[in-house]
Write a protein that binds this ligand. Structure first.
Ligand code: VG1
Ligand code: CO
Length: 545
């Protein structure tokens, strides 16, 4: 029987503006009639229509993932898409989607995820469109999509038909071919090209132990297959490996606060050699040694310094890039390697042009995102495998590598303080008044620190010269300390103020301070200049990472 299609009348819904990484809202909002449909239709309409196109579709398995995949398949079919590549059970990690888009030359991909935000019926849901280069749609495209959401009048969808995504294979919806694929296979093949799997296998065979916390999220199946089955890590190396719709009731954000189970194991009496975790959609990573946490900023610096030990990067580092709030540790490594280091706004979409142009090979963000030119997203498991490759070839352990690094380059003490769910007006007023005062900050003494410079970051993309303004306030002090303040673009309730603190201690300085103590003067200066406690009524941050 022929498939029938419906054209459904609809009206614009407020607030469908993609943020740092796609459209994120409460799950309940996404389940409102027409909410997902309006946005998906706007994605198609804002990118020249779906007629004849091929898309990759998958998500991180959170609550509403399955229903959303079904709706998107039927809408893509009704909009005339030629072919869809869908992860089995609707599952695909964000880096896996990026790889599939590039490998099969598709017209883009739709990712269902709110990444590190909690899931479940009362949690968050999200949708992100990735462009044909495999990367998050740049602002020019998300602006077009948003524009369509404000003018939409109807959407198209195929009638309720069976979409058997539970098994690999092919089915059709009307004229549209739907290929259901094993979510891990193509990703694993790519990792095998990049890294010295034999060296990593030998490392595990020699008794090296690690714990990988998949946080009940999408990386579980990837990590089990690659680490345990292919590389021979003992069974049980991967914990919390089965994706669950509400991430086991947890917060799938790999940092010392939310990955506390891993932190306990790594600080315990029988700690393994290496600990790692990934987030909801598999693009973030957290790295630990026995009794040690490696900040994401330091991890980027260390990976850059040792990437030549991996086959894919030996002699191939064209440059590095970091988001503005990320510590300047990697800048020092780039300087020594005599390669350029670019500073971009927060969000992976800003790395895309640099990667496409071959100007940067490695990229990273302080929020536990690291990646390379192998795809156009950050990649949690890739970072873990690069670390394993380095550990296998270098011989030192993580604690030694980190300490040697600080002795060679100095240490950038670093922490991020998040003040969550602040009323939006208060957060905006705080940032506005900070901006208004910026011009007068230089030369001001605050406690033991003196302001060297203060400005708001704007980015002139060196490839396409697009200008992105208002990307966070940066105040630097004499001696190399820095504070950055910006509002989050991924939250779904109120505003989150992020305060990023950094203090550099040279190679002969004290690298053994408690991080909080080392950053205390910078925190005090930040509070006094931005009047954070006075304006928010809070005497400390909700989450410190
Ligand atoms: C946060 C992080 C940013 C990251 C973004 C998406 O954005 O700070 O570095 O790129 O999340 O990551 P914001 O605007 O809330 O600070 V993910 O893994 O949540 O897609
Ligand atoms: Co993520």
């Amino acid at each position: 029987m022929a498939t029938s299609y419906a054209t459904v009348q609809t009206a614009p819904i407020d607030g469908q503006k993609p943020g740092t990484s796609g459209l994120r809202k409460k799950t309940a909002v996404f389940r409102n009639p027409g909410y997902l449909e309006n946005f998906v239709q706007s994605v198609f309409d804002g990118t020249g229509g779906a007629e004849g196109k091929t898309y990759v579709i998958g998500g991180d398995g959170r609550f509403f993932n399955a229903e959303a995949v079904d709706i998107i398949i039927r809408m893509a079919a009704a909009n005339g898409a030629a072919r869809l590549i869908v992860g089995q059970n609707g599952l695909l990690s964000t880096p896996a989607v990026s790889n599939l888009i590039r490998k099969y030359g598709t017209d883009g991909g739709i990712i269902l995820s709110a990444s590190h935000n909690p899931g479940g019926e009362t949690g968050d849901f999200g949708v992100k469109f990735n462009a044909p280069n495999g990367g998050p749609a740049p602002e020019a495209i998300t602006d077009q999509i948003y524009d369509r959401t404000q003018r939409i009048t109807e959407y198209s969808i195929a009638e309720q038909v069976a979409c058997p995504v539970g098994q690999p294979g092919r089915f059709t919806v009307g004229e549209t071919l739907v290929d259901v694929i094993d979510p891990v296979a193509d990703y694993e093949a790519l990792m095998q090209e990049l890294f010295d799997f034999d060296a990593i296998r030998a490392l595990f065979a020699g008794g090296f132990r690690m714990c990988f916390d998949a946080m009940h999220a999408v990386t579980g199946p990837y990590a089990k297959r690659i680490l345990e089955d292919t590389l021979g890590a003992p069974k049980g190396t991967v914990i919390n490996a089965i994706p669950s719709p509400d991430f086991g009731g947890g917060h799938p954000d790999p940092n010392p606060v939310w990955a506390s189970q891993l932190v306990g194991i790594m600080n315990g009496p029988d700690a393994p050699d290496f600990g790692a975790a990934s987030d909801g959609d598999g693009d973030r990573n957290m790295i630990m040694g026995r009794g040690t946490f490696v900040t994401p900023s330091d991890s980027l610096a260390l990976l850059t310094a040792h990437a030549h030990l991996a086959p894919a990067y030996a002699g191939k580092l064209a440059g590095v890039a970091r988001s503005m709030p990320t510590s300047q540790a990697v800048d020092l490594v780039a300087e020594r390697l005599a390669i350029p280091c670019y500073e971009t706004p927060t969000g992976w979409k800003f790395f895309g042009n640099l990667l496409d142009a071959g100007m940067a090979t490695l990229c990273g963000e302080e929020s536990a995102g690291t990646g390379s030119d192998h795809i156009r997203e950050k990649d949690g498991l890739w970072a873990v495998l690069l670390w394993l490759n380095i550990l296998a070839r270098d011989g030192r352990n993580i604690v030694q590598l980190q300490q040697d690094h600080w002795r060679s380059f100095g240490r950038n003490y670093y922490a991020r303080h998040d003040y969550e769910e602040i009323p939006t007006e208060i957060a905006n007023a705080l940032m506005d008044s900070l901006r208004a005062g910026l011009a007068g900050f230089a030369g001001t003494e605050v406690g033991s620190l003196r302001v060297a410079a203060a400005d708001e970051f704007s980015y002139d993309d060196p490839v396409d010269h697009s200008l992105t303004e208002g990307q966070g306030v940066c105040i630097s002090f004499d001696g190399g300390a820095r504070v950055v303040l910006r509002l989050s673009g991924t939250g779904t309730q109120g505003a989150t103020l992020r305060v990023y603190l950094e203090r550099y201690v040279g190679k002969d300085g004290d690298h053994g301070m408690v991080v909080h103590d080392a950053l205390e003067p910078v925190l005090r200066a930040a509070d006094s200049l931005a009047r954070i406690s006075e304006r928010t009524g809070r005497d400390k941050a909700d989450v410190i990472t």
